[in-house]
Design a protein around this ligand. Structure first.
Ligand code: COA
Length: 171
């Protein structure tokens, strides 16, 4: 398998995946790029993808997307096949009193494009963004029921932590 490119704006990822003897071999060419501006095209793509992450999520407004793109801590990655957006992932890099950390959020690939390495390409590029921006660790959270995600992350080196996840809902 190969996957190339570090982004500072745009990168190309060409990847193939051998699934073992006698199994299918996939090649997929996806371009991983960072969203430079909040456009109606981006909003439309996220409106299709976010319900596939969680059907109860609100579709982000254009104003919300503008604020996200303007936030220097956030890099929103898009996986494109030609002009079509197949998937997305966000990486947030922030500084704590101890270190610079990165957190990967909202990884989702369109149902029709899954199982061909697009999710892997997105997460790998998130890791490269984090590395490039000086993060010492990359963290993410995934519900136990997310079978595909919980196969993908350990394969890319993420280790399961023994920690409770808390949330206080404010709005
Ligand atoms: C998780 C997700 C992003 C992976 O995207 P993808 O493009 O299919 O990723 P890959 O092709 O790189 O495959 C990742 C792993 O998922 C597995 N996979 C793909 N489709 C699967 C399915 N329908 N059921 C079980 N595993 C599946 C692949 O086999 C691979 O695992 P492996 O390395 O053990 O073989 C995608 O399945 C998705 O969007 N799921 C719904 C949203 C979600 O759960 N997001 C993660 C939030 S933490």
């Amino acid at each position: 398998m190969s996957c190339q490119g570090l982004i500072s704006g745009v990168s190309l990822s060409a990847m193939g995946r051998g699934l073992g003897r006698g199994a299918t071999f996939y090649w997929v060419n996806v371009r991983i790029e960072s969203a430079a501006e909040a456009t109606p095209e981006l909003q439309k793509a996220l409106a299709a993808l976010m319900p596939q992450l969680n059907p109860s999520l609100q579709v982000p407004s254009l104003d919300h997307l503008k604020a996200m793109v303007a936030d220097p801590a956030v890099t929103l990655l898009l996986a494109r096949d030609g002009s079509e957006i197949l998937g997305t992932a966000a990486v947030v890099v922030y500084t704590t009193p101890i270190w610079v950390k990165a957190r990967i959020e909202d990884v989702v690939v369109d149902q029709a494009a899954r199982g061909r390495g697009v999710g892997e390409a997105l997460v790998k590029e998130c890791i490269e963004v984090a590395r490039h921006r000086g993060a010492a660790v990359v963290e993410l959270q995934s519900a136990r029921s997310r079978e595909a995600a919980n196969r993908l992350y350990p394969r890319l080196g993420f280790e399961l932590r023994d920690s409770n996840v808390y949330r206080l809902t404010l709005r």
